[in-house]
Structure formats: structure tokens, C-alpha cells
Design a protein around this ligand. Structure first.
Ligand code: G
Ligand code: G
Ligand code: MN
Ligand code: NA
Length: 262
């Protein structure tokens, strides 16, 4: 239908834009970076979220140029934040998290494109985190992991997104070049009730302890209340993201939030 025919040219028409959702350090509440979330401003349908067009983009192959555009635009934005943020060097640069679809992982240009984009913008690899879903890496062989390993060796962080939803193979974690686990929203939601389900608390506690013993940091998604944030902080999670801090928004918004707590 309409979306299918409009999608291939939407990129050249400049109809995509990015919103940023802050990533907050649970220990001190400071904004450390943001996740880039792409949207499509469709001329007839208005703003469409990624669930409306990412599957289509994956199916048609547009995800490769679209993903490259998202990466380029977010890295450029990270550079701009750093320039605006000059006075707050003690916190380090605001980091940028970008989602990678499985099709991008198998595309041969991934490593070189990423290197070029970082170099052109003058952004160091440590300021970039690529998010890959756990399901994309299920049963991944060495060929699939090779580009991720190269990127990790360069200093790019790799995060395992939506962790705990699929067939989490904890033993498998060791061989993946990831440095961050993003704990799925469903865990955070189970902290909503008071008292929280003691079994869920134990599960999160166990995941955090395993992650830390493997030198992985833990980011939690979907934090909607201060009570959840406090609970997750107590359980040892490192970083949080969610409506309690901010909804995804324009880049100026992120910059304001980061300056407020600097
Ligand atoms: O908050 P939002 O509804 O935008 O996010 C929905 C999902 O879309 C997220 O889980 C995220 O992983 C995915 N997503 C958002 N932006 C991108 C992107 O640039 N590339 C890919 N592959 N997925 C994205
Ligand atoms: O990459 P990922 O699939 O995790 O993308 C994050 C998705 O979760 C986006 O759709 C974003 O809008 C949504 N989201 C972000 N924060 C919250 C939150 O606090 N609560 C809920 N319910 N959804 C959130
Ligand atoms: Mn994500
Ligand atoms: Na997620």
C-alpha cells in the first residue's frame, strides 16, 4: 500500500528525523548520553514510529542506507553536543546509542562506514554504542560476529538490546563482543507493583551480578517512576532510560537536560 511505495524515496526526500532519549547514570542522576530513535514524517500520515516502517525497510533493503543515515546524523549530533557542552568536560562527552538491524550486521560495509562516519565527524569510537538485539545474535557464527568484534576492538561499545526477552543464553554471553546489557522493559514493569515480585527481584539481581562479573554494564529500559529507579539502583543497575527521565525528544532537549545537571 501507500507506505511501501513511498518508503524507497523517503530518504532522499529528507522525511526521516531522529529523536533522542536520555541515558541517565543511576548513581548520580546525570545525563550521560542518549539513544537515537528514528521517525518518519510522512507527508499524508504524519509522524510514524519505527515499528511502522523498520520491518518494511528491512524487507526492501532500504534499512542499509537508512541505518547509515541514522548513524551519520546521530554521530554528527554527538559532535555538536560536545561543542555546546564544552564547560562540562568532567562528565566526558555525551554518548550516542544507535540501533543496528540484523541486515546491517551482515552488510559488508558496516565497519568501514562506521569508521568513516566517526572520522568525518571527529568523534572518538568510545562515544558511540551500537545496540543489537539479543535475537539477532542467537546462534551467531564467527562470520556474523567478526564485524562487531572489529568495532569493539576499535573502542565502539556494543550493547545487547532487549536482553532477557528471547532465549537468553547466559553462557553464550562470554563469546559475544558486548560490553553493555540493556535489560528489557518487561523487568522494569514488574517493579511497578509494590512490593515488587520477589522472584523478579532475584532474577534482576542475578543478571546484574552475572553481567558485572563478566565486566558488562547494565542499562535498564522503561523506567517510569522514581520508585522503579530507586529499586533498580539498589539492585546494582548502572544506567537507566525511560519516561521518568524524559520521553524521546529533539536534540535541543537532550542538550538542555545535560546542561541542567552538569
Ligand atoms: O521508541 P520507539 O517506538 O521509537 O522504538 C521502537 C523500536 O524501534 C526500538 O525498539 C528500536 O530498537 C527500534 N528503532 C528505533 N530507531 C531505530 C533505528 O534507527 N534502526 C533500527 N534498526 N531500529 C530502530
Ligand atoms: O530500542 P528499544 O526497542 O528499546 O526502543 C525503546 C522503545 O521503548 C521506544 O519505543 C521508546 O519510545 C519506548 N520507551 C522508552 N521509554 C519508555 C518508558 O519509560 N515506558 C514505555 N512504556 N516505553 C518506553
Ligand atoms: Mn534500543
Ligand atoms: Na529495547
Amino acid at each position: 500500500h501507500g507506505l511501501t511505495t513511498a518508503l524507497p524515496t523517503a530518504l532522499e526526500r529528507g522525511e526521516f528525523f531522529i529523536e533522542y532519549q536520555p541515558l541517565v547514570h543511576l548513581g548520580d542522576g546525570s545525563v550521560r548520553g542518549a539513544e537515537a530513535l528514528v521517525r518518519w514524517l510522512h507527508p499524508q500520515h504524519g509522524v510514524l514510529g519505527p515499528d511502522r516502517f523498520i520491518p518494511l525497510a528491512e524487507h526492501t533493503g532500504l534499512i542499509v542506507p537508512l541505518g547509515r543515515w541514522v548513524l551519520e546524523e546521530s554521530v554528527r549530533q554527538a559532535r555538536e553536543w560536545r561543542e555546546l557542552h564544552g564547560g562540562a568536560e568532567a562528565l566526558g562527552p555525551l554518548r550516542i546509542n544507535v540501533n543496528l538491524s540484523p541486515c546491517q550486521l551482515t552488510h559488508p560495509g558496516l565497519v568501514q562506514d562506521t569508521v568513516d562516519i566517526l572520522e568525518r565527524a571527529g568523534v572518538e569510537p568510545h562515544a558511540l554504542c551500537l545496540e543489537v538485539t539479543e535475537s539477532a545474535l542467537i546462534g551467531a557464527d564467527d562470520d556474523l560476529l567478526k564485524p562487531l568484534r572489529r568495532l569493539a576492538e576499535m573502542g565502539v561499545d556494543i550493547a545487547l538490546d532487549d536482553f532477557g526477552t528471547g532465549y537468553s543464553n547466559l553462557a553464550n554471553l562470554r563469546r559475544l563482543p558486548v560490553s553493555i546489557l540493556k535489560l528489557d522493559r518487561s523487568f522494569t514493569q514488574s517493579m511497578q507493583q509494590f512490593p515488587a515480585d520477589p522472584v523478579d527481584l532475584k532474577i534482576v539481581e542475578g543478571i546484574v551480578s552475572l553481567a558485572h562479573s563478566l565486566d558488562l554494564a547494565v542499562t535498564v529500559e522503561g523506567v517510569e517512576t522514581g520508585a522503579q529507579a530507586e529499586q533498580l539502583r539498589t539492585l546494582g543497575c548502572d544506567t537507566a532510560q525511560g519516561w521518568y527521565y524524559a520521553r524521546p525528544g529533539p536534540p535541543e532537549r537532550l542538550h538542555e537536560l545535560a546542561l541542567v545537571d552538569a
